[in-house]
Design a protein around this ligand. Structure first.
Ligand code: ADP
Ligand code: MG
Length: 696
């Protein structure tokens, strides 16, 4: 295409929507509510679903129990009330001289979908009943103003808005496909399309809106899913490449002497998994470009030691390292661990959290600025202040997923351009770590330190409460400690939600009256929290009644018991993290979850929790049950949501796209002139969000 022809095509694709045939001034404002403003927007308004009329049959061709679609005219509509709150809607459809009755139980609102004399398409499973064909709860598709579907056609279903009908959108999109699809420019070179089995753009747009058959539909969808995932993977790979070219970081090589000096500090041998992770990390740190690595490991798998090693490596080279935790308790705990391990050394540790007094903070900041601090441990406060970290070489971020990509970027502005180690105890589903964290390298700690006893998890029935508390008391008498967790601080008025305060009162008067209990929740002041934790850590209190505040990091090996109330109110990842609190020592842990299985999904979630002990398996299960949106929000990470790809469903295409993107970027192919359009597309979509240098 000549440059002139190209400009002309682009201009025509940008035709305002009201000038597209079949739209007009009446429909245009409705379409704009769906962010459809140009002819091109219509082409890329992908169907949210399809109505498969490829088994469109005449009524005499129906077979009992074989799903089919039937097209006909509405002849009768009647609603009967069949008891309190119950109803039966019957709709009689005529097709030539045959009839079929569609039935809905207790869905009186379905009546609105029908108009006597209107044409409809019904899809469902037919049955022959009392001398007539019936379908119970079929899918309905009004066919007003639409051309009649022919056998073999698959009808696209679009997202709608108030006042906009499928038929309107279908008409507008059909006009756009007829008038404008031919102007679309292919972003992939022809050889690339061939090699990857991708449908060319014109065919793909045509087939995705009006598929000839299911196999063409699949090929069209795959092209767009692949394209969408590839564009993101290219952006991530470019970001990674540019960062490594752009920034300089002090290399921190290990030698035998430093290695021995650091290892001597740990009271145990590192596990093979820790060794492996350290090897990957030290290889990164030895380079003059910043490390960007995600360290994933289940609760208690020993990530902290790995981070500590890396931080001490920075200090050994005369630099500073910072460790950031999501909560004050965790930051203090990290500081305490470091203090303990380093008590014989000259390494200076400074704690910087939100609860320091103004004077303390000023002093700490001065010490840091003066280079009078080697390890700085802190919470978000580290991000919010302008801290002078002149010699910062490494930043460790604990429990990453609570810090978004944005916050990672903010921190990057703090120091020069340090190495990054991001740690998470929330196992991230594979497809998510390839996208939201796709610019990071990943190290895994799959198996924890040896000698850990297993945790037994039970789903408790209400009728078994008495027996569970009996067991709980027996273990306490044997010297163990325990947690009782509830989701909220206060009970709700109708008592459907259990508050820890009320739980605490009830247990102190009842089941656990003979034991020393303490209450811990987020509304306590920092000093109070610390006092409560301290008493529990020293064994002064036996049972901690707490909110999910114990989810992160609290480390009391003697605590082996956990009761969880209202378990359905916690996410799977959260439950698993909480369970991690009772797997810190040599004695087996016991967890009992009480829950009201309100929905099928929450029942499945708890079922999985009691059966699976591996955090990674649980994460994948949770992801499948809840879908991607609920768990990791793209918007929260400053990225636009996908238009067609789905990380639960499209894991295979994602792996392929990621592999191809890396080949294109790191193999230097993307820089070739034939990929110029693809590069431009990457920049348009992600240039800003991912701070890409213009690669167009
Ligand atoms: P994570 O941060 O991954 O949850 P931690 O680093 O806090 O786990 O380690 C959990 C516990 O295991 C800590 O008490 C730690 O001292 C101990 N630990 C870590 N690595 C080892 C090891 N290699 N051998 C024995 N104990 C270890
Ligand atoms: Mg930890």
């Amino acid at each position: 295409m000549s440059e002139n022809a190209r400009q002309d095509a682009l201009q025509r694709l940008a035709t305002p929507i009201q000038f597209v045939k079949g739209v007009g001034p009446h429909l245009a404002p409705l379409l704009e509510r769906l962010e459809l403003r140009t002819a091109s927007d219509l082409l890329f308004c992908f169907p949210r679903d399809y109505h498969d009329a490829s088994r469109l049959l005449a009524i005499p061709e129906l077979r009992e129990d074989e799903p089919a679609s039937v097209c006909g005219v509405v002849e009768e509509i009647d609603v009967q009330n069949t008891g309190t709150g119950k109803s039966l809607l019957g709709v009689l459809i005529r097709q030539d001289r045959w009839h079929l009755r569609a039935l809905w139980f207790n869905q009186p609102y379905m009546r609105e979908r029908f108009r006597r004399g209107g044409r409809v398409l019904l899809s469902g499973t037919p049955r022959f009943n009392g001398g007539r064909w019936e379908m119970v709860h079929p899918r309905v598709e009004p066919l007003e103003g639409d051309r009649e579907p022919t056998g073999g056609s698959i009808l696209a279903l679009y997202p709608l808005t108030e006042g906009l009908k499928q038929s309107h959108l279908r008409r507008a999109i059909r006009a756009a496909v007829d008038g404008y699809a031919g102007l679309l420019e292919e972003v992939f070179p022809a050889a690339y399309l061939d090699a990857h089995g991708l449908l060319p753009i014109h065919a793909a747009v045509t087939e995705i809106h009006a598929p000839r058959d299911t196999s063409n539909l699949e090929r069209a969808r795959r092209r767009f899913i692949y394209q969408e995932l590839l564009i993101l993977q290219l952006a991530l790979a470019l970001r990674k490449q540019q960062r490594s070219v752009r920034s300089q970081t002090p290399p921190l090589p290990v030698n035998a002497k430093i290695d021995a000096r650091i290892r001597r500090l740990f009271p145990f041998e590192l596990t093979p998994a820790q060794q492996q992770a350290l090897q990957e990390i030290t290889a990164d740190l030895a380079r003059p470009t910043p490390m960007n690595r995600l360290l994933q490991g289940d609760v208690g798998s020993g990530k902290t030691v790995v981070a500590e090693y890396a931080m001490l490596l920075a200090v050994a080279h005369g630099f500073q390292a910072a460790l950031m935790a999501p909560t004050e308790i965790l930051a203090r705990q990290h500081a305490a661990t470091l203090q303990r391990d380093l008590r014989e050394s000259r390494v200076r540790i400074r704690l910087l959290t939100g609860s320091l007094s103004a004077a303390q903070r000023r002093q700490t900041l001065e010490q840091i600025a003066a280079g009078d601090a080697d390890l700085i441990v802190g919470t978000h406060a580290l991000l919010q202040e302008s801290i002078d970290l002149a010699k910062l070489a490494l930043v460790v971020i604990d429990e990453q997923h609570k810090f978004g990509v944005n916050q990672r970027a903010a921190l990057r502005r703090v120091g020069a351009d340090p190495h990054y180690l991001v740690m998470t105890a929330t196992p991230i589903p594979r497809t998510i770590s390839m996208t939201l964290f796709g610019d990071l390298d990943v190290s895994l700690l799959r198996e924890g330190p040896p000698g850990r006893a297993a945790v037994h998890t039970y789903l408790g029935l209400e009728s078994e409460r008495g027996r569970w508390w009996e067991f709980f008391r027996k273990k306490l008498r044997e010297g163990r400690q325990g947690y009782v967790i509830a989701p909220h601080v206060e009970s709700s008025e109708d008592e459907s939600v259990t508050g820890v305060r009320q739980t605490f009162e009830a247990l102190a008067q009842g089941e656990l009256a003979d034991f020393r209990l303490a209450l811990l929740h987020g509304r306590l002041g920092a000093d109070e929290k610390e006092a409560v934790m301290g008493d529990f850590q020293r064994g002064k209190t036996q049972v901690l009644v707490a909110t999910s505040i114990v989810e992160v990091g609290i480390d009391v090996p003697n605590a082996t018991l956990m009761t969880i109330e209202d378990g359905e109110r916690f996410g799977l990842a959260q439950l698993h993290q909480m369970r991690g609190r009772v797997s810190r020592g040599m004695h087996p842990g016991f967890v009992c979850v009480f829950a009201e299985g309100k929905t099928e999904q929450s029942r499945q979630r708890l079922e999985a929790f009691s059966k699976l002990n591996d955090g990674f398996e649980l994460a994948e299960t949770d992801f499948r049950l809840r879908g991607p949106g609920s768990l990791f929000s793209f918007q929260q990470h400053g990225l636009a949501p996908f238009r067609i790809a789905d990380l639960v469903r499209d894991g295979d295409v994602l792996a392929e796209a990621r592999h191809d993107a890396q080949t294109l970027v790191f193999g230097g192919l993307l820089a070739q002139p034939e990929f110029v359009r693809l590069r431009q597309m990457v920049n348009r979509r992600y240039g800003q969000a991912l701070e890409l240098a213009d690669a167009g």
